[in-house]
Ligand binder design. Structure first.
Ligand SMILES: C[S@@+](CC[C@H](N)C(=O)[O-])C[C@H]1O[C@@H](n2cnc3c(N)ncnc32)[C@H](O)[C@@H]1O
Length: 262
């Protein structure tokens, strides 16, 4: 996914909004407990770069805590950010147009699954960071659990769909290895993701929009219809279960630099 196909853009925006709503609490907690506690004496917000910022959903959410700029390779995404008065540049994650150590924090979310060489991207993020190199969220669809049995095919179908689009659906489990190749030892974890039945009822329609957008066209046949029927039955009789692990990785470079006294 070097740039997002036009047909996918309206749905992508909705999906990114959903993701940031699920993850908001977890992101705030992680940033406050792991990162921002280092900057309490700073008389400004820590500076941050959002790499592969998309339409700026995460930047809007985190600008309360951070002084953020973004980059994205897709012109439409850059324009969407500019229309919201966000600071953004059109650039590739593999070649960030910034000097070494420009930002206190460099982060990405739902980016590494779409790039050809995630190690190159994380190395580049490390280069332009003074301190923190954070992967806020990367999924692992191979570890997705759905119940009942007829719904459990979704993990395989979504995994294949993402591979067909050139993505890596198993990126979540690779974060330690990717960071390790960049000389970083991150704290890794999974965002809490078990939905209540009420939340599943509310999310069901949007989740199926995402599934139908992601599953490879040639697989959108009887198997998917059967899975949707089984999903709806299980939702109605209260037995549906869905869990998709979304991983995070918080890595840092060096002891705190003297700029902390500014
Ligand atoms: C799934 S979206 C995630 C957007 C945003 N980070 C979020 O979580 O809401 C992935 C974004 O990464 C961008 N992207 C993909 N490959 C890129 C690359 N090599 N360099 C910069 N941006 C890239 C896409 O254009 C898209 O906007």
């Amino acid at each position: 996914m070097t740039s997002v196909p036009p047909s996918v853009k309206p749905d992508l925006d909705r999906q990114l909004q959903r993701q940031s709503i699920w993850l908001r609490e977890s992101w705030f907690w992680l940033l406050e407990t792991k990162v921002l506690c280092e900057y309490v004496d700073l008389r400004r917000k820590p500076t941050a770069l959002d790499v592969g910022c998309g339409p700026g959903v995460v930047m809007e959410l985190l600008e309360e805590l951070l002084d953020i700029q973004g980059i994205d390779i897709d012109r439409d995404m850059v324009d969407a950010c500019l229309s919201k008065n966000l600071r953004v540049k059109e650039a590739a994650a593999e070649e960030l147009p910034f000097e070494d150590g420009t930002f206190d924090i460099v982060y990405c979310s739902f980016l590494l699954l779409w790039v050809k060489d995630p190690v190159k991207v994380v190395k580049e993020m490390k280069r332009v960071s003074r301190r923190w190199v954070i992967c806020m969220a990367e999924p692992d669809f191979g570890a997705r659990i759905d119940y009942p049995e007829d719904v459990s095919v979704l993990s395989r179908m979504i995994t294949e769909g993402i591979r067909c689009e050139g993505g890596d659906p198993l990126i979540g489990r690779k974060l330690r290895a990717i960071y390790g190749h960049c000389g970083l030892e991150p704290d890794l974890g999974i965002h809490q993701g078990i939905w209540s039945l009420d939340k599943l009822r509310v999310e069901s329609e949007a989740e199926w929009k995402y599934i139908e957008m992601t599953v490879a066209p040639e697989r959108k046949g009887i198997e998917l219809d059967k899975a949707k029927l089984a999903w709806n039955d299980a939702l109605a009789n209260g037995t549906l279960f869905q869990f998709n692990p979304i991983f995070y990785a918080f890595g840092h470079k060096l002891p705190l630099a003297p700029h902390m006294d500014e």
